[in-house]
Design a protein around this ligand. Structure first.
Ligand code: TXA
Ligand code: MG
Length: 322
């Protein structure tokens, strides 16, 4: 088992010493837990890829305390960056910018750009201050599996790993990964939707485009099959749900909206009616569905289509594509 440590002073110091010494430590952020290593330590970064089973062409996000530290990792930082950082940092927004000279290939999968974000979770911030340098971290799940929103989720995904420290930090408040905004071109492009919405970004920088999942070669990790639970999951609109469930040969775990009737032998997992609440419990809900041991997951398609619902639907589509 990995070793789980409390996020008191001693725990933070230990995790920071681990990362400073070229090790890997998992830590909480406001979005999902991350699997962190020093951005400047190629061997440690290779270990992150190895632990996750992550394809080596999928770049990492560098976590920094603030814009001052972000600037050290990038080759260009313009007025748009200043405005975005002032509006959304610390918080769940990742910026993709031309990569600076000090960044090793291993931190960005050899790309000429780097993704940077300043997390707002107090434990993540304490850790970054203690490390006193940038920490690159993908979500702390097995590659391709559901992202972790609690320390238990991380422990479960890396159950066989001894040489890993997991910093405890409770349940992630946002629950889905950060919005990834590509600023390497003239017009900012959302590569991955998240809790910072397109409209919120437009209020700060004007025109913002949204990339479609299928054309996302520019953000390798956003390929369609991703974030998937271990058993097949199907998304079904509310109007067809009752008939769909009645026609199933085996019982399923059903992620349903409040008020939707789900009859036995199916097992219901109740979701929240609002987008933020749904996002917060989405990955925990999918993992709970897996834990029922049933052979299928059915997800009642939420009817919301704006704001954070776009990010929720993006994750649900990925979880249900096979
Ligand atoms: O909320 C989050 O962003 C979490 C927490 C831990 O910070 N991290 C996270 O990391 O979700 P990961 O590795 O699971 O997803 C990072 C995404 C991937 O889709 C990756 O392809 C994209 O960001 N990305 C990273 N660097 C990039 C770059 N230089 N150019 C384009 N896309 C990049
Ligand atoms: Mg991930």
């Amino acid at each position: 088992m990995p070793r789980r440590v409390a996020s008191d002073d001693a725990g933070i110091r230990e995790a920071a010493a681990c990362i400073r010494g070229g090790g890997v430590a998992a830590f909480p952020t406001e979005t999902v837990y991350g699997l962190g290593a020093s951005t400047l330590a190629p061997d440690a970064l290779r270990k992150v890829y190895e632990l996750k089973g992550r394809p080596s062409d999928n770049p990492l996000i560098a976590h920094v305390v603030d814009a001052v530290d972000a600037k050290m990792l990038v080759a260009e930082w313009d007025r748009r960056c200043n405005r975005l950082a002032a509006a959304f940092w610390p918080g769940p927004l990742t910026l993709i910018l031309p990569r600076g000279d000090m960044v090793p290939d291993e931190a960005v999968a050899g790309l000429s750009s780097i993704a940077v974000r300043s997390p707002m979770h107090p434990v993540a911030r304490s850790l970054l201050y203690a490390v006193d340098g940038p920490v690159s971290a993908p979500s702390a799940n097995r590659s391709g599996h559901v992202s972790p929103t609690t320390a238990e989720h991380v422990m479960a995904d890396f159950a066989g790993v001894e040489d890993l420290l997991v910093l405890e930090g409770g349940r992630a408040g946002f629950g889905i990964e950060s919005t990834v905004l590509d600023l390497t071109g003239e017009v900012p492009v959302i590569r991955r939707p998240g809790s910072v919405t397109a409209d919120a970004l437009r209020r700060i920088v004007g025109t913002v485009e949204v990339a479609h999942a299928v054309q996302q070669g520019a953000s390798p990790g956003t390929s369609l099959i991703h974030y998937a639970p271990d058993v097949p999951a199907t998304m079904v609109p509310t109007v067809r749900l009752a008939v769909f469930l009645a026609s199933m040969r085996e019982p399923a775990a059903v992620l349903a909206m409040p008020g939707t009737e789900v009859r036995e032998p199916h097992v219901v997992i109740r979701m929240q009616p609002d987008a933020e609440g749904y996002a917060r419990m989405l990955y925990a809900g999918l993992r709970e569905a897996e834990a029922t041991g049933l052979s299928q997951i059915v997800i009642e398609e939420p009817s919301g289509r704006d704001g954070v619902w776009l990010a929720v639907l993006d994750r649900l589509r990925r979880a249900t594509v096979r």
